[in-house]
Design a protein. Structure first.
Length: 364
């Protein structure tokens, strides 16, 4: 059933935990053309609470996601579960005729991600992945400069997601079976997505990776969210990858939840091209040569300029992501994050993990 321009998009939420409450449901609530009409969680109280806080008065509550998918009036489903469940729930939702926004990462491996791609294609439905970092002001500016040709041919980049001591101790973050990995698949995935998107390069050739379990047995942790339980910390505490693309470009990817460093920054990228370079380390910085002189351009990304007025920066990245996604569904346009792009991210993450396990080069 086509969605009219004046119709409200009916959304079902599968998974009512942290990312649902922290990002998706508050963002969808801000959109006047959206109503959340169904909520599903294995813990029924979470779904009931989500209905109360975000749903329509007659919104349905489920503990079995398949029951939610039987509702033919639902247009869009947001899959906000632990990583292991992303693939099969997304495939079932697409097969049920729903458009799907799945939280990052796309899946725990490329086989599962490919199932999602195939399901979207055979059902003619839209699929996107929740890489909201693309919607930040700094990311948008850097991408705009890349599209304008400012950097020329980008042949080297660095994707960074480094925390000094910020290990998430709740939910299933530390559970390798449920999540597929630690900081690499959790926050490194954002940095890699930003980098590939800025470069517009989705053809990896090979990679080498290392993962470390060096700090997970610490008992005095200094962790931002309190001490972790070493017995439950089964994922890596940091991971690093070196990726070579088919055109010869290289990407360094660094990710950590716990690392003895002061160089901390999350979900940022640096790109180096034949004409100029750019990074997101301190807002946006563009560096190059003009009139024989080195220059650094640091644009003001705020909308100020008026006395006693700081300016309105517009929507936050999560709300921009939600608005762009819903508009893509209504207007039959491509979402910002194409599933093929997210599939490439998953392939590279998988390659880094496999290389770390085998000690060998991973070839795509």
């Amino acid at each position: 059933m086509a969605i009219g321009a004046n119709d409200k998009v009916r959304v079902g939420i599968i998974g009512c935990g942290g990312i649902a409450n922290g990002k998706h449901m508050p963002s969808l609530k801000k959109l006047p053309n959206v109503e959340m009409v169904a909520f599903c969680d294995l813990i029924e109280e979470r779904a009931v609470r989500a209905k109360h806080d975000y749903g329509t008065p007659d919104a349905a509550v489920y503990t079995d996601y398949k029951k939610l998918l039987e509702d033919k009036t639902i247009d869009v489903v947001h899959v906000l579960t632990p990583n292991r469940a992303h693939s099969f729930i997304t495939v079932d939702a697409l097969d049920a005729g729903k458009h799907v926004m799945c939280e990052k990462p796309m899946a725990i491996n490329s086989v599962e991600a490919k199932k999602m791609l195939d399901a979207a294609k055979r059902n003619g439905k839209k699929l996107t992945i929740g890489y909201q970092s693309r919607q930040r002001n700094d990311s948008q500016f850097l991408k705009g400069e890349a599209l304008a040709g400012t950097f020329g041919d980008i042949y080297y980049a660095k994707a960074t997601a480094i925390r000094r001591r910020a290990v998430p101790t709740w939910g299933v973050f530390l559970n390798e079976y449920e999540q597929g990995g630690g900081p690499l698949i959790d926050i490194g995935t954002h940095a890699l997505d930003l980098t590939l998107w800025t470069m517009n390069n989705y053809k990896p050739k090979y990679c080498v990776g290392t993962t470390y379990h060096k700090l997970n047995n610490d008992t005095e942790t200094g962790n931002a969210w309190g001490d972790w339980d070493p017995a439950k910390f089964t994922v890596e505490d940091c991971a690093f990858g070196f990726v070579v693309m088919e055109n010869g470009a290289t990407i360094n990817l660094e990710s950590a939840w716990a690392l003895n460093t002061l160089d901390v920054k999350e979900a940022v990228t640096s790109v180096c091209g034949t004409k100029a370079g750019g990074d997101l380390w301190d807002g946006v910085r563009i560096n190059g040569i003009r009139q024989g002189r080195q220059y650094v351009l640091k644009p003001n990304l705020n909308a100020g300029g008026v006395a006693f007025y700081d300016g309105d920066g517009g929507d936050d990245p999560a709300t921009r992501e939600a608005r762009q996604w819903i508009n893509a569904v209504i207007n039959d346009k491509n979402p910002c994050v194409l599933p093929e792009q997210a599939f490439c991210v998953t392939r590279i993450l998988e390659g880094i993990y496999e290389s770390a396990k085998t000690g060998d080069i991973y070839r795509f």
